[in-house]
Design a binder for this molecule. Structure first.
Ligand SMILES: [Zn+2]
Length: 462
């Protein structure tokens, strides 16, 4: 796998060659060089002063002690790094509009690298969740080691390019008698995780099992042992299965015994009879499970009365269960009817947040049977949530859904800007959070910006 720097240099040389040959602008491609970078003190024990930068107040552990000049929900000034770590903002240059914004590396808590980029060979796409499940199942005849290696690497390159430092990918597990066996994709993603670690990216694997299989104690135990051996996450898909309560209870007991995080796809439909989220919350409270529990979807909460939503929200908050909102896949698959959809699939994110539930925004599917377009980019997913979920300005607070809160949901320590190592920070050449979330700038590793390495401002990888 190429390192970030090698990839940057490769693109730079490629661009120079193209420029020589064509001597013309290439669409939206522009080049930036070190000329405007005024950082000083490089090579001095990792000390540097980077003027004209801004950081969101909401991504600082101790905003009152970080310095800078307040502009809305940003703090602006000269970013001072000592021993390679962000220490403070000096107020000089802080009164002007900032040149760029610095964030911690993003966290993408919900993707499916085993499914992504399979859309070109799926002819029968479109329809609801059941139709997508059928189409993706039929495509699995193509899931050879070579195919999976190619598609998962592409997805991971896109996530790295989007500025991710932590990623959780679900992996479809076998069902029925084959359930204890790990799929090919599990090992391929395991190798990819090792390679990603070289770039400082934590790639987690979450087993996506059938909850009916997990209700079979012996099968569940074998899967859990394999997951534990690989330092991964134990997960399952809950819908309307008759054995879902038993399956959830078995998973909590195994996770407790083996020290595993838990992860659930749950209630991905608008039928109010889908109550898996409350089952999970009840079992978490009954068992006193202390590990991280991360749920996704919970679309059916949109069909519940306010008192039911409040009751479930209180249980989730009490059990410290985080919930992912997945706007792209939910809006595409839910509320299907003849003609224009008039019901959408987002869960009750505002009501849940008001009760103290930690809300995460995830990307879910990218160009597969569940969502035929999409991008591996947490900022893009947040922009969809802004539109679909009415997440109004100021935007800095919403950035936590793809950074600190997402990392906590993944069982990782939150990454704040204050005292972060420069390799854990990313730079966007844009003066405001509206531009940032709209996708107007590309993520550049702060360490590359700091070195003055030429970088290309290009459209996000497609
Ligand atoms: Zn998913």
């Amino acid at each position: 796998m190429r390192t970030g720097l090698a990839e940057c240099q490769r693109l730079w040389h490629r661009f120079q060659g193209l420029k020589r040959n064509a001597s013309m602008r290439m669409g939206r491609v522009n080049v930036h060089t070190t000329r405007n970078v005024t950082a000083t003190g490089f090579g001095n024990g990792g000390a540097a002063r980077l003027p004209g930068l801004a950081v969101p107040v909401d991504l600082l552990a101790r905003p009152d002690g970080f310095g800078g000049v307040r502009q809305g929900d940003l703090l602006c000034g000269t970013l001072v790094l000592e021993a390679g770590r962000a220490q403070r903002l000096d107020p000089d240059s802080g009164a002007k509009p900032p040149r760029g914004i610095v964030l911690p590396r993003l966290a993408e808590a919900h993707v499916h690298l085993d499914k992504c980029h399979s859309i070109t060979r799926i002819a029968d796409v479109g329809g609801d969740l059941a139709a997508a499940l059928r189409a993706q199942r039929a495509d699995k005849v193509h899931w050879t080691a070579g195919d999976l290696d190619h598609r998962t690497r592409r997805g991971m390159r896109e996530l790295r390019s989007a500025g991710c430092g932590a990623v959780r990918s679900h992996v479809d597990w076998a069902t029925g008698p084959d359930a204890p066996e790990a799929p090919i994709a599990w090992d391929i993603l395991g190798a990819l995780a090792k390679a990603a670690a070289q770039d400082g990216i934590a790639l987690q694997r979450a087993a996506l099992t059938s909850i009916e299989d997990m209700a079979e104690t012996d099968r569940a135990r074998q899967v859990a042992r394999r997951v534990a051996r690989d330092g991964a996450v134990l997960g399952s898909f809950l819908f309307d299965q008759a054995q879902r309560h038993k399956g959830v209870l078995t998973l909590f007991r195994l996770a407790d015994r083996l020290g595993l995080p838990l992860d659930f796809h749950v209630d991905e439909g608008l039928d109010p009879a889908l109550n898996g989220l409350e089952i999970i919350a009840d079992v978490a409270l009954e068992t006193g499970f202390q590990g991280p529990v991360f749920c996704s979807h919970a679309c059916s909460l949109a069909s519940q009365q306010a008192d039911t939503v409040a009751r479930v929200a209180e249980k989730l908050a009490k059990a410290s269960i985080a919930l992912a909102v997945l706007p792209s896949t939910n809006l595409y698959l839910q509320g299907r009817r003849a003609g224009t959809p008039d019901r959408r699939g987002l869960t009750r994110l505002h009501e849940l947040a008001a009760h103290g539930v930690n809300i995460v925004i995830g990307t879910d599917n990218v160009r597969d049977a569940f969502y035929p377009i999409g991008r591996h980019d947490p900022l893009h997913s947040l922009s969809l949530a802004v539109m679909a979920g009415h997440l109004d300005p100021p935007f800095g607070r919403h950035l936590r859904t793809i950074t600190t809160t997402a990392r906590r949901a993944m069982g990782l320590a939150p990454l704040w800007i204050d005292d972060a190592a420069s390799q854990d920070l990313i730079f966007f050449e844009t003066p405001g959070l509206s531009d940032l979330i709209a996708g107007a700038a590309r993520a550049v590793p702060l360490s590359e910006y700091q070195k003055g390495t030429p970088w290309l401002i290009m459209p996000r990888p497609l």
